[in-house]
Ligand binder design. Structure first.
Ligand code: OFO
Length: 164
């Protein structure tokens, strides 16, 4: 049986994963509004991944006999500036999530909750991949700038996510 502390921490993380999905959907809509359909597509796919991350944590919590306590999900902003800023904010958000996952992992370790520690390893690895991937996108965006043909080329590449 999972501890109350761990249960609360996992419920908080589930809420954050749901917020991440909301945030990326809002960013996607923002990019669509600027006719960047490829960036919008990438962010919509990312939002679905975040929903799947929440679902995976819910499954784990229930398997451990924990109680799911869903809370209201905070409303994301509606304006994110230019595409470069959108992805800089995405990177900053992912870094903050990495911090939360590390704190959860630390908690599991402190409690000698090996099952949670092992389940959370997946999220530790996932955050490494996500930060690296988004960091690469930010680098490419800085390289091409937000004017000219380069950004439209990047937009068409981002539109291929999940279709390759
Ligand atoms: Fe949930 O994967 Fe990053 O945030």
């Amino acid at each position: 049986m999972i501890s109350k502390t761990m249960q609360d921490a996992l419920n908080a993380q589930i809420n954050l994963e749901q917020y991440s999905a909301q945030l990326y959907l809002a960013m996607s809509a923002h990019c669509t509004g600027k006719s960047f359909k490829g960036f919008a597509h990438w962010l919509t796919v990312q939002a679905s991944e975040e929903t799947a991350h929440a679902a995976k944590l819910i499954g784990f919590l229930l398997d451990r006999g924990g109680r799911l306590e869903l809370k209201p999900v905070a409303a994301p902003p509606t304006d994110f500036g230019g595409v470069i800023q959108v992805f800089e904010q995405t990177l900053a958000h992912e870094k903050s999530i990495t911090g939360r996952i590390s704190a959860l992992f630390e908690q599991a370790r402190k409690e000698k909750d090996y099952a949670s520690e092992i389940a959370l390893q997946w999220y530790v690895t996932e955050q490494v991949e996500e930060e690296a991937h988004v960091g690469e996108i930010v680098d490419h965006l800085h390289a091409v700038g937000d004017q000219g043909g380069g950004i439209w080329y990047l937009d068409s590449r981002m539109g291929k996510r999940g279709k390759v």
